[in-house]
Design a binder for this molecule. Structure first.
Ligand code: NAD
Length: 311
């Protein structure tokens, strides 16, 4: 039932997700502000558009995978944005998979549902927006093993499930609009802190004379076991095929983790919740960005913060 899928934001994650939709046989229309990216797609014979509005005009469903809230607002509300062109729009479903704050997701979803569909879809007269950020990095995006955490109308979630399964291994319905975004920033807050905890502990262990490999073995069969120790170990030489094994290239950029901690901090502030660890973690990732590691994987905190190596 998805005639045409629009995809906007073809970066590290978006390219891989869009490629899996193409492989699954969907008819795709894509847009990115990066001209080289657009050229790669048109060379492959995929339809490219100059603006988000042109994507909306050509699509039944639009998926966005952009860096931060300001980019998402721009793509939706900008002068040639998805919602440009009056109250009638073609897409009946707008899925935002970017990691943004729940407040922005909720505001945008309200604006989207105030619009009217050019063509009614069953009993639906208005389009629906889902916030559907993902867990799993570029490897998972490649291997189609992402997990989607989804907020918005439950009926729309069920309608979108086939799409999520073309890009990932599963999805979790989190409740009303904004709850997917809330789930994602909470997940990344816990991840940021666990990565710091594992890095700090492994640095201490090494200073006390235990190798990171041995200490990791202990963690992974003890109560310190977590994703940061077991699947994404930050110490070079402990694991293969993780960013720490290749000078922290690729993976999840430190600047994106810093962005996510900002989102968590702002949300915690808004609801009046104490957040000492969020603030501390945010300071550490901020320092890494200032020191020039903003594009390295966030697990570089082990080398460039704890091991005091500024090379
Ligand atoms: P990225 O920076 O690699 O890609 C973003 C893309 O959006 C780029 O191609 C950029 O040119 C494009 N873009 C920016 N502004 C645009 C605009 N106004 N119009 C059209 N295109 C525009 O980022 P990424 O790593 O793919 O991450 C995307 C989102 O997914 C972020 O919110 C990130 O936090 C989240 N995320 C990333 C990972 C990861 O491991 N990289 C994992 C889970 C979630």
């Amino acid at each position: 039932s998805f005639q045409s899928i629009g995809f906007i934001g073809l970066g590290n994650m978006g390219t891989r997700m869009a490629n899996n939709l193409i492989k699954a046989g969907y008819n795709m229309v894509v847009h990115d502000i990066n001209r080289n990216t657009m050229k790669n797609y048109s060379d492959l014979g995929v339809a490219t558009k100059e603006t988000p509005f042109e994507v909306a005009e050509a699509s039944d469903v639009v998926i966005t995978m952009l860096p931060s809230p300001s980019h998402v607002l721009d793509v939706y509300n900008g002068s040639h944005g998805l919602l440009h062109g009056g109250c009638h729009i073609r897409p009946w479903l707008l899925i935002d998979s970017s990691t943004i704050d729940p407040q922005t997701s909720r505001e945008l979803s309200a604006v989207v549902s105030s619009r009217i569909l050019k063509e009614k879809r069953g009993s639906w007269e208005s389009p629906v927006m889902l916030d559907a950020p993902v867990s799993g990095g570029v490897l998972a995006a490649d291997a189609r093993t992402l997990t989607f955490m989804v907020g918005g109308l439950e009926e729309a979630y069920h309608a979108a499930k086939a799409l999520f399964l073309s890009m990932g291994k599963g999805s979790v319905y989190c409740g009303g609009s904004g709850n997917g975004s809330a789930a994602k920033i909470c997940n990344n807050l816990a991840l940021a802190v666990s990565m710091l905890g594992v890095s700090e502990a492994l640095a201490l262990g090494q200073s006390l004379g235990i190798s990171a490999k041995t200490l990791t073995k202990v963690f992974n069969s003890s109560s310190a076991r977590c994703w940061s120790s077991e699947s994404y170990n930050p110490v070079p030489g402990v694991m293969e095929e993780v960013p720490s094994a290749r000078d922290y290239d690729g993976g999840f950029a430190t600047k994106l983790m810093f962005k996510d901690l900002n989102l968590a901090k702002a949300s915690a502030g808004e609801v009046g919740l104490q957040h000492p660890l969020t603030s501390q973690a945010q300071e550490i990732y901020k320092k890494l960005c200032e020191d020039g590691y903003e594009n390295k994987d966030f697990s570089c905190v082990f080398r460039h913060f704890y091991s005091g190596d500024d090379e």
